[in-house]
Design a protein around this ligand. Structure first.
Ligand code: DUT
Ligand code: MG
Length: 151
């Protein structure tokens, strides 16, 4: 289409239990790889739960993984990732966990093997923060924010 090339990085994963499933892209060009629950969880309305995936990954420095909601769960059941997007640091070696919340009005049951969220790999820019003594540069926006440009 635009002549841009796809970028692919290698990400090693470990199964922390035999029934864990590796993150899986549902289609060839999916941005997110689905994450699977390894346990049954019951989410009553308004409640949250940390759902185990049974997977750990090793990202190279300069990358992160984001745990994002699945829109189908949000649309059909009001179930979403509470801390979306969850941040997986490249130095994290623990199990990937998904913090789900039920914003719906009915009980939502998760079964082991269900796809509960999706993992997006992204490059990270690390800032070198330096203190400045002079004024910051002048812009049209200035200090306006939080709706300052109108509805
Ligand atoms: O949805 C999430 C979010 C985070 N993590 C793991 C990976 C991440 O690298 C680590 C720390 O996450 P974060 O920095 O968001 O949490 P924190 O509250 O700042 O904890 P910490 O003090 O451990 O950084 O927890 C998950 O498994 N799932
Ligand atoms: Mg942190």
């Amino acid at each position: 289409m635009g002549g841009n090339t796809k970028s692919i990085i290698n990400v090693g994963y470990k199964r922390l239990r035999p029934d864990a499933q590796m993150p899986l892209y549902a289609t060839a060009e999916a941005a997110g790889a689905d994450l699977f629950a390894v346990e049954d969880v019951t989410l009553t309305p308004g409640k949250r739960a940390l759902v185990s995936t049974g997977i750990s990954i090793e990202l190279d420095p300069g990358f992160e993984a984001q745990i994002r909601p699945r829109s189908g769960l949000a649309f059909k059941h009001g179930v979403t990732v509470l801390n979306a997007p969850g941040t997986i640091d490249s130095d994290y070696r623990g199990e990937l966990k998904v913090l789900l919340i039920n914003h719906g009005d009915t009980i939502f049951g998760i079964r082991a093997g269900d796809r509960v969220a999706q993992l997006v790999i992204a490059p990270v820019t690390t800032a070198h923060f330096f203190h400045v003594d002079e004024d910051l540069s002048t812009t049209d926006r200035g200090e306006g924010g939080f709706g300052s440009t109108g509805a």
